[in-house]
Design a protein around this ligand. Structure first.
Ligand SMILES: Cc1cc2nc3c(=O)[nH]c(=O)nc-3n(C[C@H](O)[C@H](O)[C@H](O)COP(=O)(O)OP(=O)(O)OC[C@H]3O[C@@H](n4cnc5c(N)ncnc54)[C@H](O)[C@@H]3O)c2cc1C
Length: 366
């Protein structure tokens, strides 16, 4: 029998999954050395097989512990200032879009994410990128993919507003490409998972350290796929998922469209019951622990707000500007600009007041 001090999958299940603190980032799945942790279709990790009691899953989980100050010191060489309290450390804030109209046409907002990661691949900042597309046999259900070219990245462009345990894709990339430098795109919770990996003394640090560029998305909420897309959209509203070309959340509205045709448009607040329960414990709107954060909020239509945070983030961003793959202007030159990003960041933190820097399941989240 395991000693009471041993923190393993069973402990993680009891402390994080059962009380609905899990946001299905996939970090535990990525950490498992014997691949017995798997994603389920109801956005929870599960075990199928024999646990080897290593505890890597428990010690990699960002909902067990997230030492924000330590992570900021490691990534940025300093912790956030009082002015950066709501958004995290920022070196530069811009409004950005891809210069390639084809990328813009297949992207969610401006194609900045796809263009920046494609540039990082082409210049050798990273060798493989883990991004999130859809399952081949189940449209709109997210799944991580490993890409090494712009064409492959384009297949994963656009937002899937549900969680696909994207961090788990890092394990697949690391196994398939043992010496590759990895890039990663993910939601704030997934970036938290990745950073927990790199700072946890008992976690799978080597996997986290393989990631050389992490692009984080802004995210207020993620949703439960089965309830929102299968039960509500497909069954109740009779909209076949195959018809949907774009899912969007803007200015408080949730919309589904196919070309110019709007298939559904309703207030996002009406979808409260479909929000993934783990999101209700999240304090991070703008991926505060990424190298570069990207989201629509703050910028005009067709552009995205980009917060450059780390030295590597700045190097890749400037290189992409110099190469002409993206164009940018200071975020201070556009309306509503950083003020709206700060407002939404504060709102998300207020959900969980008071803001906790060193978060642990027992102290701040349960
Ligand atoms: C669940 C979710 C909620 C979001 N909420 C907000 C919000 O409240 N406010 C806001 O301003 N922006 C939000 N965004 C970000 C926004 O939708 C765009 O992703 C962002 O503006 C970048 O646009 P782009 O054209 O540069 O991206 P693209 O070039 O189209 O690239 C999008 C990237 O996002 C990745 N991605 C898509 N879906 C997922 C997913 N489910 N999990 C992990 N990665 C994914 C893709 O792999 C791709 O790399 C959200 C995104 C997601 C996935």
């Amino acid at each position: 029998m395991a000693s009471p001090q041993l923190k393993i999958w069973g402990t993680l299940y009891k402390e994080v999954v059962t009380p609905d603190l899990c946001m299905f980032c996939g970090t535990c799945i990525a950490s498992c050395p014997v691949n017995v942790l798997l994603p389920t279709d109801d956005e929870k990790p599960t075990i199928k097989g024999m646990c080897v009691l290593c505890g890597l899953c428990y010690h990699g989980c960002p909902r067990v512990e997230l030492p924000v100050d330590d992570i900021e010191e490691l990534l940025f060489g300093r912790t956030r200032t009082e002015k950066e309290k709501s958004t995290g450390v920022i070196r530069g804030a811009y409004s950005v879009r891809s210069t390639d109209s084809k990328i813009r046409s297949i992207a969610q907002d401006s194609g900045a994410v796809t263009s920046i990661m494609a540039h990082a691949l082409s210049r050798g900042f990273v060798d493989q990128a883990v991004t999130t597309g859809m399952r081949e046999k189940e449209i709109w259900r997210p799944k991580p993919y490993v890409s090494s070219s712009l064409d492959e990245l384009c297949r994963t462009a656009r937002s899937k507003y549900t969680s696909g345990a994207s961090v788990s894709g890092l394990a697949e990339a690391a196994a398939g490409y043992p010496n590759a430098k990895l890039g990663f795109v993910g939601m704030p919770c997934q970036i938290e998972g990745l950073r927990r990996l790199t700072t946890s003394p008992l976690g799978h640090r080597k996997l986290g350290e393989r990631v050389k560029l992490a692009i984080g998305l802004f995210c207020f909420d993620s949703f439960k796929f089965n309830s929102l897309f299968i039960d509500f959209v497909q069954t109740k509203n009779q909209i076949p998922l195959q018809q949907i070309e774009k899912v969007d959340i803007k200015s408080g509205r949730f919309s589904l469209s196919a070309g110019e045709k709007i298939l559904m448009d309703l207030p996002v607040k009406d979808l409260g019951s479909y929000v993934l329960p783990g999101c209700n414990k999240c304090q991070d709107f703008c991926s505060e622990l990424s190298d570069i954060s990207v989201g629509a909020v703050g910028s005009p239509k067709g552009w995205t707000s980009v917060l450059v945070r780390s030295a590597i983030g700045e190097e890749v961003f400037k290189s992409a500007i110099d190469a002409g793959v993206i164009e940018s202007k200071p975020l201070s030159d556009v309306k509503p600009g950083l003020a709206l990003v700060e407002k939404l960041s504060n709102k998300k933190k207020e959900n969980q007041a008071p803001y906790i820097k060193h978060r642990t399941a027992g102290q701040s989240l349960a």
